[in-house]
Structure formats: C-alpha cells, structure tokens
Design a protein around this ligand. Structure first.
Ligand SMILES: Cc1cc2nc3c(=O)[nH]c(=O)nc-3n(C[C@H](O)[C@H](O)[C@H](O)COP(=O)(O)OP(=O)(O)OC[C@H]3O[C@@H](n4cnc5c(N)ncnc54)[C@H](O)[C@@H]3O)c2cc1C
Length: 540
C-alpha cells in the first residue's frame, strides 16, 4: 500500500529538524565579540562550555521545569507548618548547573578584570534555556556586594558567591552554598517602597519583623534582603530562612502567585510574624543600601530580555531555513527575509548594549567614568530592551506560523516571560524618571552619555546628527517626556555600541531606527542592506 506502514495516513514532510542541541556560544558571533571587546576573553573557555550545556541538556529540561510548576506545601502530613515549595527535579538541576558554572557568583569568587562581563554572558546563556531560575540566580549574585558591607555577615556573602548549589533547608553553618532573595514590594506600594509598613523592632543584636510582602520570589532561598521600618526609618535587613539554632524563622508563605509566565520560578506572598533579621547598612538608609543590589538585578533584566530575543530569533531562523512555502524556503521569501533581518538587527543591538553596560560595571571599580555610564545606561537599557521584547518575541513566534503558538516550541513560554522584565525591578516609568533624576542631579552621567555618543561619531552622518540633537533635548525634558527621551537615548546608545563593534548591523540599524518617521513593525527595513550577511552572522 504505497509503501506506508498500516494505519498511517500520510508522510510527515516539510517540518524542521529539532532545534536542539545547539551551541549557544558558538552560534552567537555578536556575544563572542562583545565578551572580547568588553574584556571577558580570559573566560572564553568557560563560556564555551556553558553555551554547549545550555543549548542541549539545560534547554531540554527547561521544558520540564516549566510544565510541572512549583507547589506550595504549607504543612506536612502530620499538620506541622513547613512553608516549603516543591520543585520538579529539573529546576534543581538548572540551579545546580548555573551555580556551579558561576552564573550567580563568578564576579565575586573569581574577581579579576572581565569577570563581570563573563558572568553577564553566563547569565545571558542560562536565561535562554530557562528564564525562571534566573530570578534566584540574579538575586543571589546582586545581594553579595550589599552583604559584604556588613562584616558580621561575611559568611553569607562568601557562601552566596560560592560555586555550589545546596537546596537543603538548613542553617548557614551547615551549608557551603547559599541562595538569596529580596522582599521590597508590599500590597500598598511597590515602586514607592517608602510606603512599606512592615516594622523592624530591635531585639538583642537583631530585629523582629512584623508585616508582609506582596511579592516574594524564590521563597526557598536561604536568606532574603528585606526592607522594613526600623525606629530610624526604612532599613535593609537580612532575614534567614533557618535560625542559627536550626529552628524555622517566624514567617509564613501564604500562597504562590498564579502568574502569566515565569512558571519554573515560585513567587509567593509572605507574612512576617516576628521573624528575626539582622540590619544591613544604617537604619533609615534602606533604599540607599539595597539600590546597589537593584542596579545589578536591573542589568540582569536587560541581559535576560536580550537573551529572550536571542532565543526567539534563533528559533525563527532555524524554522525559516527549513520550512518551505510556495516553492521556496521561508527564509528566501523577500518579505520574510526582511522580517528576519530586522529581528536580527534588534537582537544584536540589545546584546551589545547589555554587554557594554556589563563592561562598565566591570571597569567601574577602576574608572569613575564607567561608574557614571553604568549608573545611567542601566536605567536606559532596562527600560528599552525590556520594552521591546514582547513585540519582538511575538514577531519571531509568527515566523513559525501556528507552530509558534504551540507549547512544544519554546515560543509560547518566551512570550509569557517577555513582559516580566519590564515590570519588576522598577517598571518602565520608574526607569525613565530615574534617567531624568540622574541627568538633573548627577551631572557626571550626562558627561558620560555625551562621551559615549561622541566616541561613535564620524562614521555615519545620520548617527552624528541624531546624537547631537539628542544631547540638546536631554537638557530640557520634563516628566511627561521621559519615555520619549529615554527611548531615543537607548536607540542612540545601541547604535553607538554597534558602531564600536564594527558590526555589519550598524548601518541598517542607524538607517532604520534613527531615521525620522520610520515604520515600527519588524520587517520594515529599506531593502538596501545585505540580508545574506546579516542572517549568516545571526545564526550559522
Ligand atoms: C512575577 C513577579 C515576581 C516578583 N518578585 C518580587 C520579589 O521577589 N520581591 C519584590 O520585592 N518584588 C517582587 N515583585 C514586585 C515588583 O517588583 C513590583 O510589582 C514592581 O516593582 C511594581 O510595583 P507595584 O506592583 O506595586 O506597582 P505600582 O508601584 O503601583 O506601579 C504601577 C505602575 O505605575 C507606574 N508608576 C509608579 N509610580 C509612578 C510615577 N511616579 N509616575 C508615573 N508612573 C508611575 C509604574 O511604573 C507601574 O507601571 C515581583 C513582581 C512580579 C510580577
């Protein structure tokens, strides 16, 4: 019967081969070049190893960690309160791989020039396989410099930075590797943390916390940096999960959030019922203390969104190169070529800008200009890269047609994840207002921006004109115009980063993204660019 086995009605044809395994490091020329340019080359072999792992095992098990979502167990079978979250084993494997490879601590346990850049690249690679675990990983990484400010908490900082994952619910003394979370947002206020009502009452050498947090992600972490009202005002404190004597600390997980996405990560609501915590920084300086952590988590939001774009782009290219319609490969239809090239340009612009900021964070201890650049570019990039991602992922999803709307492709998961980075760690408006604040109160940030843009001039007249008009506008923008200004700053900095990189994407980016009156849907490039070069570079 036509050579078909019995009961089969058709041959499966015109479907792409599986996406994985892929080498996420070797595939990504823009990432490799950016790591070299920003000073992380010494870590290239480590990154190569993680890129291969992330594009194979971690990519595969990421599906399991997101399908079997974390479950809250408030009590054990005997009725004792346990406040524990159960995860699929894949979650723990993802955490173990990330922690041991340095995703959460390389910058601190191997503190040499370039380590922040390499850690940023590790985070970008990991996030492509699973975004949910990035939350505890980034919080653990970002809490370390804050904890280091308190000599009494040195062991917490050291074990958080250590390349070890230990999910056991034990006190500090029994663990060599820790994870850390963060509790700021309350019911009555998230952006406006000064509205926090949780109290911290002095008790011996610590404080007792009474109150709640409305969003409290990764609640199985070993410790949490929380904000609470102490007698001297809003204060940052470290709250352990287990007390030094091994007893459970006095806080209760009320429920897990039923979230749009971010499914492998548990986000809870919590009540503090006299929980013990230790002060970090001075009383009344809570925001100033925790901001150091928040600056680093905001950088990871940029990196994470750039990673989501990158994975979505790779999926779209993979599909379009294998799928045929109307007698041709999808990738060879001129309009699809335009869409893919436009996506490739946006993705590379996000990646090089995020890595440029990581490079500034890396050089900051040795270069005050980079302190100022990281300060303002983090807010600019957090706003714009995260804002672009949902539209980007939707467009990449559409390249797969109906298959992109089906869970077995990673696209629905990426699509659900995409809005999150623009909401948490300071939502869009908060970032834009922060840009205005920095420009007004920290003149060195304006100097750093100007220098960054000027250093890329002289190559493309369209860029030069855009950059000089922009710096004039930056001087006279009010609150209502903060988004427009921040977006233009972001596009200019992305163009500058592409120009510095000598990227073949730079010319098309400047012509399309900086031109007045350009179209906004992806796939609106002029047609003058060399799509073969762009797409060949985007994915070999
Ligand atoms: C999945 C998930 C996990 C989270 N995990 C944590 C966690 O672990 N720890 C934690 O502390 N928080 C966490 N959050 C909370 C998150 O950080 C906050 O939701 C976020 O900071 C916004 O605060 P809010 O929800 O109170 O919104 P609001 O502060 O009410 O803001 C609502 C909107 O108004 C805008 N806005 C606010 N002020 C102004 C202004 N002056 N001018 C113009 N616009 C303004 C904001 O940009 C935002 O778009 C999590 C959130 C999510 C979704």
């Amino acid at each position: 019967m036509n050579g078909l086995p019995p009961f089969e009605t058709h041959r499966v044809e015109n479907q792409p081969p599986p996406f994985e395994p892929r080498d996420l490091w070797q595939d990504d020329a823009a990432l490799r070049e950016a790591v070299r340019r920003e000073g992380g080359e010494a870590f290239a072999s480590r990154l190569a190893a993680y890129g291969a792992l992330a594009g194979d095992e971690l990519y595969r098990i990421g599906f399991d960690a997101n399908r079997d979502r974390p479950r809250l167990r408030t009590h054990d079978r005997f009725g004792h309160r346990i406040d524990a979250v159960e995860f699929h084993p894949a979650y723990h494997r993802l955490m173990e791989a990330a922690k041991t490879h340095g995703v959460a601590g390389l910058s601190w346990h191997q503190p040499e020039p370039g380590a922040h850049v390499a850690r940023a690249a590790l985070s970008y690679l990991h996030h492509q396989a699973d975004a949910g675990t990035s939350c505890p990983l980034t919080m653990t990484h970002a809490a370390v410099p804050v904890l280091r400010r308190e000599p009494a908490l040195a062991a917490w900082a050291e074990r958080a930075a250590a390349p070890l994952y230990d999910p056991r619910d034990l006190p500090l003394a029994d663990k060599a590797g820790l994870t850390l979370g963060m509790g700021m947002t309350e019911k009555q206020g998230g952006s406006d943390v000064r509205a926090n009502t949780t109290t911290a009452t002095p008790d011996g050498d610590g404080y007792r916390l009474i109150g709640h947090k409305w969003f409290f992600s990764a609640p199985m972490c070993d410790g949490f940096l929380v904000l609470a009202q102490a007698p001297g005002g809003l204060t940052c404190l470290l709250m352990p999960r287990r007390l030094p004597d091994g007893e459970r600390n006095r806080f209760a997980l009320m429920r897990l959030k039923d979230k749009l996405g971010d499914w492998s990560n548990a986000s809870s609501e919590v009540e503090f019922r006299g929980a013990l915590a230790w002060r970090v920084g001075e009383e009344g300086r809570g925001v100033a203390t925790i901001i150091e952590m928040v600056m680093l988590t905001r950088l990871d939001c940029m990196l994470g969104s750039a990673a989501e774009m990158r994975m979505a782009l790779a999926q779209a290219l993979h599909h379009a190169r294998h799928r045929r319609t109307f007698g041709k490969r999808l990738a060879d239809h001129p309009l699809m070529t335009n869409v893919l090239a436009d996506l490739a340009i946006e993705s590379e612009a996000a990646t090089v800008f995020a890595l440029r900021v990581a490079g500034a964070v890396d050089r900051a201890p040795r270069d005050p200009r980079e302190v100022a650049f990281a300060r303002i570019a983090t807010a600019i990039g957090k706003y714009w890269i995260c804002k672009r991602t949902p539209a980007f992922v939707n467009e990449a999803q559409e390249c797969l047609g109906g298959a992109g709307y089906v869970e077995e492709s990673i696209l629905p998961r990426l699509y659900r994840q995409a809005p999150l980075n623009s909401i948490w760690e300071g939502s869009g408006n908060v970032q834009c207002l922060d840009v205005l604040r920095a420009l007004a109160r920290e003149p060195e940030t304006r100097v750093a921006l100007k220098a960054e843009l000027e250093s890329a001039t002289g190559r493309l007249p369209a860029f030069d004109a855009f950059a000089s008009a922009l710096m004039a506008d930056a001087a006279a923008t009010g609150e209502a115009g903060a988004r427009a200004l921040t977006e233009r700053l972001a596009r200019a900095l992305q163009a500058a980063a592409l120009l510095h990189a000598g990227s073949p994407m730079a010319d098309a980016f400047v012509r399309q993204r900086l031109a007045p009156g350009h179209e906004w849907a992806f796939g609106s490039l002029s047609g003058n660019e060399d799509a073969g070069v762009i797409l060949g570079r985007a994915l070999p």
